[in-house]
Design a protein around this ligand. Sequence first.
Ligand code: SAM
Length: 211
Amino acid sequence: MSEQLTSQINNNVIPNLDYFVEWGGSTWKRQLNYALREFTGIDFAGKKILEIGSRSGKMACLFARLGGTVTGIDINPDFIGNAVAEAINMEVEQRTNFIAYNGDFDIFPDESFDLIFTKSVLVIVPELECFLRQISNKLKPSGKVLFLENAKGGLLHKLRRFRHRTWNYQKAKFFTDKELNLICDIFQVFEIKKTIFPPTYLIMGEKRDKL
Ligand SMILES: C[S@@+](CC[C@H](N)C(=O)[O-])C[C@H]1O[C@@H](n2cnc3c(N)ncnc32)[C@H](O)[C@@H]1O
């Protein structure tokens, strides 16, 4: 990690973060910057990362550019080719792998990943509890989760709901206390950072010790 990059991130400016975050505006960018600065750190060398719902592959490529080895999965196989092309473009194809997800997390051995990341994905997963428990199994001991998800509220909530319908997703659920409590039951959550406009939750936690 170059000193220049470290200093830029510490100053709240990841180079080209707009490009990697892709959509959602400055709030999403700020949330991610906070998570990288305060929670995960910015040196992912030697870390194995899973991004669920990787779509364009841009966030996966960011983690790879920060040194990680990243697997991106997406339920829509049409997105995989673009993500691979993005990795080639970003010169991180050696440290990225994009896979069409068929609902079976057991393609990965248990305790495979140091970090599991989602952005605007858990809100459209139908069986959230089961999904989260499977994710937990795939984390190494003390492995981290970083979820940046849509919260409920206001006009933007209605616009998002409309947008999700046009993408043919199931009715978008949006996070409420119920989903947050579920995540807190399954993971050791250190911090939940909420924004109001647009409504988002940044959830930072780690795998719980087995009882
Ligand atoms: C709203 S998009 C967000 C994409 C990207 N994370 C972002 O923030 O730009 C949701 C993505 O999750 C994928 N997806 C939805 N359900 C999924 C599931 N159960 N497993 C993996 N990917 C899923 C969709 O195909 C889509 O690419």
